[in-house]
Design a binder for this molecule. Structure first.
Ligand SMILES: O=C(O)C(=O)C[C@]1(C(=O)O)C=C[C@@H](O)C=C1
Length: 275
């Protein structure tokens, strides 16, 4: 079922995050089978005509342009890395307005973390000339990571509208208490379970069945790398999105800066919540 159909809840958002783990882990394992191929991330190494940038930037831009034509970026859970976006050839879909208006986009940070930290950690060979395959999988990895990390907005909205925590969030947001909001949105139990689960998934998905003899399967990726990537990059960026979303959750996007200041001290109307 489409994420936007039916009732929203923190449980449902978390289920989507769990499902997205499968996509992310599969793609990272796929990418680890190729060389680091640093050259595809460096500017102007391939001489594309009328293009200034890296091989990967070229590929992602073209890919996003095509994806936008079939309205990928109309969906509230998809954000492009670049702005070369086309008008969709399909008619608009009417998405329910679940999120508070915002323009949070951490794709630049995702891109930099992916290229500088994730690829060097999962790939072992320096250069194997598989530039096209690497860029294709990089694009899938970046899109899956971006979707997962920006899902932090839905997580934050679910937490904010939870009657158990709502008043506390309103108070903390009103006073812009960043550290306390961060503490309240952090759930260590969920994080611990996630780290154990993604390691198990990496161990299972990365098994080379053909090599399975003497009970010691050949693994395509060291399973421990995946929880490390979640711990060091994926969860911190998701939490950054959650924090940023919550800090601005009481702003009226149509207000002037002066009006916003005044409004920070008024409470929101609970009846208006969509969750
Ligand atoms: O499930 C949540 O409550 C989330 O906020 C998501 C998430 C994550 O990135 O997976 C982030 C922060 C929490 O500490 C636990 C998990």
């Amino acid at each position: 079922m489409n994420f936007f159909e039916g009732e929203m809840s923190l449980e449902k958002v978390r289920q989507t995050l769990i499902r997205l783990e499968d996509t992310i882990i599969f793609q990272l394992i796929e990418r680890s089978q190729f060389g680091k191929n640093k050259i595809i991330y460096e500017n102007n190494k391939f001489g594309f005509k009328d293009f200034n940038g890296s091989f990967l930037e070229y590929y992602v831009k073209e890919r996003e342009s095509l994806d936008s034509s079939i309205r990928r970026y109309d969906s509230p859970d998809e954000l492009p890395f670049f702005d070369k976006i086309q008008k969709p050839i399909l008619p608009n879909l009417d998405y329910p307005k679940v999120l508070h208006p915002n323009n949070i986009n951490v794709n630049k940070k995702i891109w930099d973390s992916y290229i500088n930290n994730i690829v060097p950690r999962i790939c072992h060979i320096e250069d194997d000339s598989n530039y096209g395959s690497s860029a294709t999988i990089d694009t899938s990895c970046l899109q899956a990571l971006s979707r997962r990390i920006h899902f932090g907005k839905f997580v934050a909205e679910a937490k904010f509208t939870d009657p158990k925590y709502h008043d506390e969030y309103v108070k903390l947001i009103t006073n812009q208490e960043k550290d306390k909001i961060y503490e309240l949105l952090t759930n260590e139990d969920v994080e611990r379970k996630l780290l154990t689960r993604v390691e198990k998934k990496a161990r299972t998905f990365g098994q080379d069945i053909e090599f399975k003899d003497n009970d010691s399967p050949h693994l395509k990726i060291q399973p421990i790398i995946i929880p490390e990537l979640y711990r060091d990059f994926i969860m911190p960026l998701t939490k950054e999105v959650e924090l940023e979303y919550l800090l601005n959750r009481l702003n009226n996007p149509n207000m002037s800066e002066k009006e916003k200041e005044g409004n920070l001290h008024s409470s929101v109307d609970k009846e208006n919540y969509k969750f």
